[in-house]
Design a protein around this ligand. Structure first.
Ligand code: CP
Length: 324
């Protein structure tokens, strides 16, 4: 694994999940691997889980971490090639990224989309420029279109809790007050399409995900039909891909309720968090035995630790090929 940006980076996602479950049982077995190594974590946007779980994962591997809220504390960064920098951006990515690469062995980047220009967001300019100029492995902490650490934690959670070899997993759109990125549902769909699950996506008309992410999933506009017999319900809001970045429907009847959970096969309720109670999902579901959102968030540590371990081994192999 050169970088961790999408489901395409690990060679074998089932192998990665197995490794994560082993790491969860023996979290300090690789404490020596990170000695004298540094992880840089760059946040252009807010975070609770990604920031803390990745720091904890680094700590378990003996890695030091340096965290910077680049969106608030850093110089305004220019990403355009050939830009005349006479505006409010003081530093170009062509200098900033390789400088960060001098200080760190692995660099994590969180950068959300602007939700105004679909082509620009889907080109993943920010994270790709870090890949191009840092000279070190790049770990996505959520990019414009994907959140792979979240998806790996989601798959670990499904593996832990499934009660049949091939569970039915439903990704349902849910209402929200703000226009949100498609990164979490895109990524979840991308990972579920590679996993051994029956995968169904349900949303109101107009909220279709980009075809490269929806893949071969069954898509239905009938939420109740989708819930029937489901083993896992994964709720998430996203803004429209077609009418890019817009809220085209905020129908509250799409909220996940206990009444709808009764249609399922006693399904587990999942959400990446943070979640708006009684907008996305009602209290009764989150406060019930159905909800596994805390366990799911806990698994963010094991997802991050597994990926960091693999990236560290890659760095070490390249530095000392004769040791491996
Ligand atoms: N799920 C998730 O990525 O949470 P944070 O935005 O708090 O990191």
């Amino acid at each position: 694994m050169q970088h961790f940006l999408s489901v395409k980076d690990p060679i074998d996602i089932q192998g990665l999940v197995k490794e994560a479950l082993l790491i969860k049982k023996t979290p300090y077995a690789d404490k020596h691997l990170g000695k004298n190594r540094t992880l840089g974590l760059l946040f252009f946007n807010a975070s609770l889980r990604t920031r803390l779980s990745t720091q904890r994962a680094a700590q378990n591997l003996g890695l030091e971490s340096i965290v910077m809220n680049v969106g608030q504390d850093g110089w305004g960064l220019e990403f355009e090639d050939g830009a005349i920098m006479n505006g409010n951006k003081a530093e170009h990515i062509k200098e900033a990224a390789p400088v960060i690469g001098q200080y760190c062995d692995i660099v994590g980047v969180r950068s959300f989309p602007g939700l105004e220009n679909r082509e620009e967001d889907y080109s993943e300019q920010v994270i790709n420029q870090f890949v191009k100029h840092t000279g070190k492995p790049i770990l996505s902490l959520e990019s414009a279109t994907r959140h792979p650490l979240q998806s790996l934690a989601d798959l670990i959670t499904i593996e832990e809790l499934k009660t049949k070899p091939r569970p039915k997993v439903v990704l349902t759109w849910a209402p929200h007050v703000k226009a949100l990125p498609q990164a979490v549902p895109n990524s979840f769909a991308e990972w579920m399409n590679q996993a051994d699950v029956d995968f169904v996506i349900t949303h109101p008309e107009g909220y279709e995900l980009a075809p490269e992410f929806a893949g071969n999933a069954k898509v239905t506009y009938n939420q109740k039909e989708a819930f029937e017999g489901a083993d896992f319900i994964y709720a998430k809001n996203w803004s429209s891909y077609k009418d890019y970045g817009k809220i085209i429907n905020s129908d509250p009847s799409w909220m996940v309720t206990m009444e709808k959970m009764k249609l399922t096969n006693n399904a587990k309720f999942m959400h990446c968090l943070p979640v708006r109670r009684n907008v996305v999902v009602e209290d009764a579901v989150l406060d019930s035995e159905h909800s596994v959102v805390v366990q799911q968030a806990g698994n963010r540590v094991w997802a991050a630790q597994t990926v960091l371990k693999n990236l560290l081994l890659k760095v070490m192999r390249e530095e000392s090929p004769y040791l491996f």
